[in-house]
Design a protein around this ligand. Structure first.
Ligand code: APR
Length: 247
């Protein structure tokens, strides 16, 4: 852990890529774990434009349930550690696949959401966006002033990622000499390729995940722990390092 903490403290441009596992200890289910969301529901039945237009009420009920979970969740110690690392000027940007706002609520400012945000609703007719703080009651289906049907502001399977955010994330990966990849199976593209960009440019990958992932083979450090446990140990080591430097 000391070696990893030294790499983090001495990094010139540290970024992080997070996935659902980073919010797991805040009580938000992941997608592909044993008790994950895709165990109970099929992604194609809920998280695609076709599913939405086929049965908007079913999709809206699922998202209202997810919003309930997300809006009532609290940032965990791993989120707070990332906010601390940003305040220390060490962590430059968090690139997240998560649609929750726990990184924001923990205090991080430089965040890129690759898959959208649950707090945003979009009108399917006029494109207007609304920020919400509580889930809509379903039924009735939420509508815009223009009477268009509103949809969750998240990226569905088969939809392109927000171009600007993806480009920014790729630029951040190109600048990274170290990237922490935490709480993601790294299966879904193009997010899963960001660590490959860092590696190709000669950067180091620190993986935080209790299990092997699709990018474990390129990770320079594999911390087989939960995000909270790993970040607790890393922050302890960083404190020791910084105190030694002072004395
Ligand atoms: N700490 C760290 N990692 C954890 C924890 C934890 N407490 N709990 C689970 N994990 C790991 C799992 O081992 C797994 O590798 O988090 C990962 C979660 O993987 P997924 O469920 O596939 O979630 P994610 O990688 O974010 O999925 C990417 O897929 O369904 C789409 O759009 C959705 O953004 C999502 C994308």
């Amino acid at each position: 852990m000391r070696n990893i903490s030294e790499v983090i403290v001495e990094s010139k441009y540290l970024t992080a890529l997070t996935g659902a596992g980073f919010s797991a200890e805040s009580g938000i289910p992941t997608f592909r774990d044993e008790d994950g969301l895709w165990e109970k529901y099929r992604a194609e039945d809920l998280a695609t434009p076709e599913a939405f237009w086929r049965d908007p009420e079913l999709v809206w009920r699922w998202y209202a349930w997810r919003m309930e979970k997300v809006f009532s969740a609290e940032p965990n110690e791993a989120h707070r550690s990332f906010a601390e690392l940003e305040k220390m000027g060490i962590l430059k940007t968090v690139i997240t696949q998560n649609v929750d706002d726990l990184h924001e609520r923990a205090g991080n400012k430089n965040i890129i959401h690759l898959h959208g945000r649950l707090k945003i609703l979009m009108c399917t007719k006029c494109g207007k966006e609304f920020e919400i703080n509580s889930p809509p009651k379903i039924p009735p289906l939420p509508r815009c002033e223009c009477d268009g049907l509103l949809r969750p502001g998240v990226v569905w399977f088969g939809e392109p990622l927000p171009e600007k955010d993806l480009r920014k994330a790729q630029e951040e990966a190109l600048k990274s000499d170290v990237m922490i990849v935490a709480g993601t199976s790294a299966i879904v593209q193009p997010a899963g390729s960001l660590p490959l960009i860092v590696k190709r440019e000669g950067g180091l990958i620190i993986e935080i995940n209790p299990k092997e992932t699709a990018i474990s083979h390129i990770a320079d450090f594999k911390i087989r722990m939960s995000a909270v446990e790993a970040m607790r140990k890393i922050m302890e080591e960083i404190c020791k390092l910084l105190n030694e430097e002072k004395s």
